[in-house]
Design a protein around this ligand. Structure first.
Ligand SMILES: Cc1cc2nc3c(=O)[nH]c(=O)nc-3n(C[C@H](O)[C@H](O)[C@H](O)COP(=O)(O)OP(=O)(O)OC[C@H]3O[C@@H](n4cnc5c(N)ncnc54)[C@H](O)[C@@H]3O)c2cc1C
Length: 319
């Protein structure tokens, strides 16, 4: 069967990978330049910076199967299992991508066709199957027998509305109830290595900040660089504020905590960071409509749950 998967986050990549391995002809469409979605890594002035998700867990047997595949490909490595001096935090293995958090998605994406810079503007269904139309760009139009959508719920509902595609009221109301936090992220270049010890992270040093990490100690950057994630509350409050108003406070706390000067920086707004209200099932599937929905808004918070959502979505088509 020809299947189009939309969204190259971990849920879309896992889903496409399993479908391709089951013998389907899969094409994955992604509006961005590469795969990974919120598992995002960026180059800045020679440094490598994870500016979205920081680590993943692997507890479920299916995630352990993915972990083993990534380890064989040398794409992931353990990062830490506890933060020294923080007995209050849960322990357990946290893994990182070998070259940043995009590595695991890149390994999966080697096994199926990927079209990047493809913003899905409209979806249409008729007797012969699905048509998926690109916004602008090359005006690509692809066809498939089955469609899997793994984009965040707000974008999903927008896509349905633009396409005048209707779902039943019960499913729509569950989709509308999905909520994500926001996160204002700062990527910083530091003038010297920080004074943190392994694993190079600080959580919640002040109310305004959820997370600071040192990408050099993490092991993904040769040059000293850091990532700062503001809290949901701070991010909401300063979402539309200009950088000079919202960034200096985050920089100043980080410089104090790390014992460095941040010589240059960039900001990034994650509009859908972590789900706080989910759909209530790991995915949604309709064999009558040949349509399946997945992502962390279904599976729940954490990369592992998003990956398992993609896995379950694939199985609902395969089995
Ligand atoms: C700042 C931050 C920190 C986090 N930290 C952690 C962490 O440390 N550990 C952890 O386990 N989880 C963490 N998370 C959560 C984790 O990143 C997510 O739960 C997970 O990556 C979601 O994967 P996904 O496939 O559901 O969605 P996404 O990764 O968002 O993928 C969806 C994809 O769809 C694409 N898309 C959207 N609309 C369209 C369209 N119309 N056409 C084509 N493509 C489209 C997007 O570009 C995107 O690539 C963090 C998230 C953020 C933002």
């Amino acid at each position: 069967m020809k299947i189009i998967v939309v969204g190259a986050g971990i849920s879309g990549c896992v889903c496409a990978w399993r479908l391709e391995r089951a013998g389907h002809e899969v094409t994955l469409l992604e509006k961005g330049r590469g795969v990974g979605g919120r598992m995002a890594t960026r180059r800045m002035e020679g440094a490598r910076i994870d500016h979205g998700a920081q680590f993943f867990t692997a507890r479920d047997p299916r995630m352990l199967e993915l972990l083993s595949h990534w380890q064989k490909e040398n794409a992931v490595t353990p990062w830490y299992d506890h933060i020294p001096g923080r007995p209050d935090l849960p322990t357990g293995h946290r893994y990182r991508g070998m070259d940043g958090m995009t590595s695991p998605a890149k390994i999966l994406a080697r096994e199926f066709r990927v079209e990047t810079r493809f913003f899905v503007e409209h979806i249409y269904r008729n007797e012969s199957g699905w048509s998926v139309e690109e916004k602008g760009g090359e005006g690509r139009m692809l066809k498939s027998d089955h469609l899997v959508l793994t984009i965040p719920s707000v974008q999903l509902l927008d896509l349905f509305q633009r396409s005048e595609y209707e779902l039943d009221d019960f499913t729509l109301s569950r989709l509308r109830s999905i909520r994500h936090t926001r996160c204002l992220a700062v990527l910083g270049i530091m003038d010297r290595p920080s004074m943190l010890e392994h694993p190079g992270t600080i959580t919640h040093p002040v109310d305004e900040i959820d997370w600071i990490s040192d990408n050099q100690i993490k092991g993904i950057s040769e040059d000293p660089s850091c990532t700062i994630h503001a809290s949901d509350e701070y991010s909401q409050k300063f979402w539309d504020a200009p950088d000079p108003e919202r960034i200096p406070q985050l920089l100043s706390v980080t410089e104090d905590q790390l014992g460095v000067k941040i010589t240059s920086w960039a900001s990034h707004r994650w509009g859908f960071a972590k789900p706080v209200v989910t759909f209530g099932a790991s995915h949604w599937h309709s064999s009558e409509r040949n349509l399946t929905l997945a992502g962390d808004g279904f599976g729940g918070e954490r990369i592992e749950n998003a990956a398992l959502s993609g896995w379950d979505a694939a199985d609902s088509i395969i089995l």
